[in-house]
Design a protein around this ligand. Structure first.
Ligand code: GLA
Length: 384
């Protein structure tokens, strides 16, 4: 990422120069809405993300300049403030400061300028990248890197929960902090054990298609989580030992069906289906069976659309078009309600698919979707 403008604007605004840090956005091959249900996810970091320049200012003030915002690009708050800032984007940084302090890190004031090339609201976790870059930088600057990387991811997640109103799982922040070039990471969100999987599907590409429908996760996301929790509570009452949907099976779910709304039941069932799909995909990847991986991706999409109800006409259209073009696998990526589809495409048909999906989408919805070729990169780091 070119940081020249970042450097220039930081110097103009604050009269000094500072250190540069970067945290990436993420993709997720499969395992959607499974993280807060104790299941598996399969994310990787990308080569796009959020970069900051940052410098201690010797006071208790935090001064933030967001280069890519034209509404309110400059915000100040004090580390002693109890109330979060009025600007939503600044709440992410405020939250990270508070969560670090809760874990015993003594912070000082700082000046920071922020920029990014991960598209906002595209389901690639721009907000996790923002949280992670500050968690990583502040931990380096004020705690000599004492807080371990997994905890930094939890700090980002706690920021979402406590300061931004999204009861998200751990996947996005985990992938942003822990990413590794060329690897996907299989994370077990119950035990928090993880494994790096080199991902180089010979003859295939991963392509993201941005519907341009901006999603912001909030109530609708939290409601999905509540549906799952309701099902868990009933099964736990009846059978015991059910802490998350990871501990449940279809028989148990059917036994409590009468106590659930149809929406709640279908959402919980989607999570059980997805649990099986992720395991099937792990086996298929080990055996190089990419066509099977792709089939599971389609199944995930229609589960997310019909049962979990987090799709929209634009995303369904993108997936249908992919299917018509003979794309191996295609589905919503991330929380849903807009953002990108992720597509596993044979190299030989990639160009044809890209031009067709652009044309058909523009004809139907009046905008040409942006296309991103996925490059799997490293997690949070200090730049030179
Ligand atoms: C968002 C959340 C994640 C995860 C995904 C869906 O990206 O931040 O924790 O739940 O949605 O898989």
């Amino acid at each position: 990422m070119d940081t020249t403008t970042l450097r220039n604007r930081f110097r103009q605004q604050f009269g000094t120069s500072g250190d540069l840090y970067f945290s990436p956005g993420r993709i997720n091959l499969i395992g959607e809405h499974t993280d807060y249900n104790g299941g598996f996810v399969f994310p990787g970091a990308v080569d796009k993300g959020v970069a900051i320049e940052i410098y201690r200012n010797g006071s208790r003030k935090v001064c933030l300049l967001a280069l890519d915002r034209d509404d309110v690009p400059y915000v100040e708050f004090s580390l002693d403030d109890k109330e979060k800032p009025a600007q939503h984007w600044a709440c992410y940084i405020f939250g990270v400061c508070k969560e670090l302090e809760k874990r015993g890190v003594t912070l000082g004031g700082f000046n920071a300028a922020i920029t990014g090339d991960v598209p906002l609201g595209a389901g690639m976790s721009s907000s996790a990248a923002l949280e992670s870059v500050f968690a990583f930088a502040l931990n380096t600057m004020f705690a000599d890197g004492r807080v371990d990387k997994f905890e930094l991811a939890k700090i980002g997640q706690a920021t979402e929960h406590n300061y931004c109103g999204v009861k998200c799982g751990i996947m996005d922040q985990f992938a942003s902090v822990m990413g590794r070039e060329g690897c996907l990471i299989r994370l077990d969100c119950r035990s928090l054990e993880y494994e790096y999987f080199p991902f180089d599907p010979k003859g295939y590409k991963l392509v993201l298609v941005n519907s341009g429908v901006k999603h912001s996760l909030g109530n609708e996301y939290n409601e999905r989580r509540e549906s799952c929790e309701k099902a868990v509570a009933l099964m736990n009452e009846q059978f015991g030992g059910v802490e998350t949907l990871r501990d449940a099976n279809y028989q148990m779910l059917d036994a409590v069906k009468g106590g659930l709304t149809d929406d709640d039941y279908r959402r919980a069932k989607y999570v059980l289906d997805e649990k099986e799909r992720v395991l099937a995909v792990c086996d298929a990847l080990n055996e190089g069976k990419y066509e099977l991986v792709g089939q599971k991706m389609y199944e995930t999409h229609w589960g997310l659309s019909r049962d979990y109800t987090v799709s929209c006409p634009e995303l369904d259209f993108l997936v249908e078009t992919a299917q018509e073009c003979g794309v191996t696998g295609s589905r919503i990526m991330g929380g849903g309600f807009g953002g990108c589809t992720i597509n596993l495409v044979r190299e030989t048909i990639a160009d044809k698919f890209i031009s067709k999906v652009k044309r058909e989408y523009a004809r139907k919805f009046g905008i040409i979707p942006e296309i991103y070729q996925v490059v799997i990169g490293d997690g949070s780091r200090k730049l030179q």
